[in-house]
Structures are given as structure tokens and as C-alpha cells.
Design a protein. Structure first.
Length: 342
């Protein structure tokens, strides 16, 4: 089969072709696994973190990609959930131990044995992939393969972020950073909390305009102050400045949820601007989001089908994955980037 593989960590500013287009053997499903013929795979900011070494693959070469939609073409000996030709999605969580306290409580995203698709196991930048059947999800019929792919990461982790804010209807929610995940959060939050107002902080004027089009009450720059203090803010940026600036905009007892697998080092010194009374005091909290649990994916897919949420996307061929990654790095973003594979 054809695949785009990462053979070593590299710097995307210097190396615009981090992945190699190669021929490799088709995978064989183990007893509890299914074999998927990949149709589409989303391109995620986390791939940049893998390529640049902030969350490196556990082995090389690695097939990246964790927003995968495809059809079941073979089932392992001890599987029962799916039959041939069923359409399924695969997300960032590839497997977990199933036995630890986190797995037992439905928080398998925190499992010490958490394995990530496209980082610890081969992902969807390929014509075929295998996955344990318990970690595949039926895709609601309302979505095309391209529409469904970005829902599996940006959408599912956005859903978890929104749950972790603990917000209630009528409370104010801020979103700092307005990329793929934040768009989806705004759409689902408007539906779940019809009496709330939403405030977006983004560096680009275009993103701010888009936020207002999508129903934000107000949109400003990262350091701006919204017309009211907010109960909760979700940060989806890869840097530090938005954290400091968001903390000042929280109400007493407010919570900042950071939805980022890693932060870049580039502006870390901005943290020295933290002023305890202004940014931290009055019981303000910071909580990070780690990975996704299966419930997040399943519940979000149901919600997205009900609303419905149809993400905007831009299509690329498998062999154009490098171009899509470089454009993502350069923040040339017009909707989610999707590789069209079979
Ligand atoms: Zn992702
Ligand atoms: Zn576990």
C-alpha cells in the first residue's frame, strides 16, 4: 500500500518535505482488530508537534494521522462489533489498558498505557490501517467522509474541553484562538447553551470576522478586554501569551481550560507578566485537556449529527500531505485540511 511516513524528527521551517511517499506492506488485523480501507484522513496541528519533536512518535518510521474515516475490509478472529463495508472513524485514542483506575472510570484518555493513533501505532496517512474494534466509531449518515474526519479530533477534543469548563446555560464563555477546534466549540456551545454569550480572542481580523458571523457576541485581539468578565475561557493556541491574557478576563472562581497537547517555547517569557492579584487570585483555575476518551467521540458525533455541525474543509491528495502540513504551520487555514485517500 501507499503511505506517507515520518522517518525522523525535523524542523518544518527548514524542511518542507518531512514525510516520504513510500510503498509498504498492507497491515494484517490482530484478533481483536479490524482492517480499514482509509477514505479520508484529517491533518491536525498535533502532527506538527510530532514532526518537530514536541510529542515524538514512539518508533520510526511512523504513519501519522488520527482523524480517519474508512470502511471495514477485514475483521480479526475475535471481533464482533463491525461487519465488512461498515463505515467507521478512528480518533487520537488508539488503545488503553482497560484495567487501571482511569480506564475503569471512563477516563481512559488519562491511562498510563494510552496509545495514540499515528504516534504510537500506524495512523491514517496510508491506504489501509488496523485498529482495535473497541476504538472505532460508527459515523452518522448525515456526514460525508470529508466532513466526518475533522469531527474526530478537533470536534471530539473541543467537546471534552467544553465539558471540562463546567459551564452552565447563561454563563459567558471565551475562546482564545479561533482555529478548527474553536469553530466547532462555538457551534456546539451555541446549541447547548442558548442563553449564553460567546467572546472570541484572535490575532487575525479575518478570524474575528468569521467568529462574529458564526454568532460570537464580541471578537477582539488576544490582549483585549471583552465587555464583561467571563466564567470560563478555552485556549486552543500553541503559545503562552493567550493564557496570561485570558486569566485577567476571568471572573472570580473562573476557569481557563487549555486545549493544547504541547505549548511552543517561542514566547514562554510572556509568563513573567503574570501579576498574582490581576491574573490568579480570587480562586481562578487552570485545567488542561489531555487526549480524548471514547465517550467524548461517541457523544460528540451524536451531538454534531443532531445540530448538525458540518465543518468546512479543503481537500488534498495523500501525496500532498507535506503541502497541507506546511500550510498549517504557516497558518494558511481555510477550514480543516483533509487528505483524500481511496
Ligand atoms: Zn488532532
Ligand atoms: Zn488504563
Amino acid at each position: 500500500m501507499k503511505a506517507m511516513v515520518l522517518t525522523k524528527m525535523t524542523d518544518l521551517i527548514q524542511n518542507k518535505n518531512p514525510l516520504e511517499y513510500i510503498e509498504m506492506p498492507e497491515p494484517i488485523p490482530k484478533e481483536k482488530e479490524i482492517l480499514i480501507k482509509v477514505s479520508t484522513c484529517g491533518v491536525c496541528h498535533t502532527e506538527l508537534d510530532e514532526i518537530e519533536g514536541r510529542t515524538p512518535p514512539s518508533t520510526f518510521p511512523m504513519v501519522l494521522g488520527h482523524q480517519v474515516v474508512g470502511k471495514v475490509v477485514e475483521t480479526g478472529k475475535h471481533t464482533s462489533r463491525y461487519k465488512i463495508d461498515d463505515r467507521v472513524g478512528i480518533a487520537w485514542i488508539f488503545s488503553a489498558c482497560g484495567k487501571c483506575e482511569f480506564c475503569q472510570s471512563g477516563n481512559e484518555n488519562l491511562c498510563p498505557d494510552f496509545k495514540a493513533t499515528g504516534r504510537d501505532a500506524f495512523g491514517g496517512y496510508a491506504e489501509f490501517m488496523t485498529v482495535p474494534e473497541d476504538f472505532a466509531y460508527p459515523i452518522p449518515d448525515v456526514f460525508s467522509d470529508s466532513e466526518a474526519a475533522p469531527l474526530l479530533c478537533a470536534g471530539a477534543i473541543g467537546y471534552r474541553s467544553l465539558s471540562l469548563t463546567n459551564m452552565e446555560d447563561g454563563q459567558g464563555l471565551g475562546l482564545t484562538g479561533f482555529g478548527a477546534s474553536a469553530h466547532l466549540v462555538l457551534m456546539m456551545a451555541k446549541y447547548k447553551f442558548p442563553n449564553s454569550k460567546f467572546y472570541v480572542f484572535a490575532r487575525s481580523g479575518k478570524e474575528r470576522e468569521f467568529a462574529v458571523e458564526l454568532g460570537a457576541e464580541w471578537a477582539g485581539d488576544t490582549e483585549d478586554e471583552p465587555p464583561e468578565k467571563l466564567n470560563c475561557i478555552i485556549d486552543t493556541t500553541p503559545v503562552w501569551k493567550p493564557i496570561v491574557e485570558a486569566m485577567k478576563n476571568l471572573k472570580p472562581g473562573g476557569r481557563l481550560v487549555i486545549n493544547a497537547i504541547r505549548k511552543e517555547e517561542i514566547d514562554k517569557d510572556y509568563l513573567l507578566n503574570i501579576d498574582y492579584p490581576k491574573h490568579v487570585w480570587m480562586e481562578k483555575e487552570i485545567k488542561s485537556v489531555a487526549n480524548v476518551a471514547r465517550n467524548d467521540v461517541n457523544e460528540f458525533l451524536k451531538l454534531a449529527a443532531e445540530i448538525p455541525i458540518k465543518p468546512e474543509f479543503q481537500e488534498y491528495k495523500l501525496e500532498e500531505a507535506n503541502q497541507a502540513l506546511v500550510e498549517l504551520k504557516e497558518r494558511k487555514i481555510r477550514g480543516a485540511k483533509i487528505l483524500m485517500i481511496n
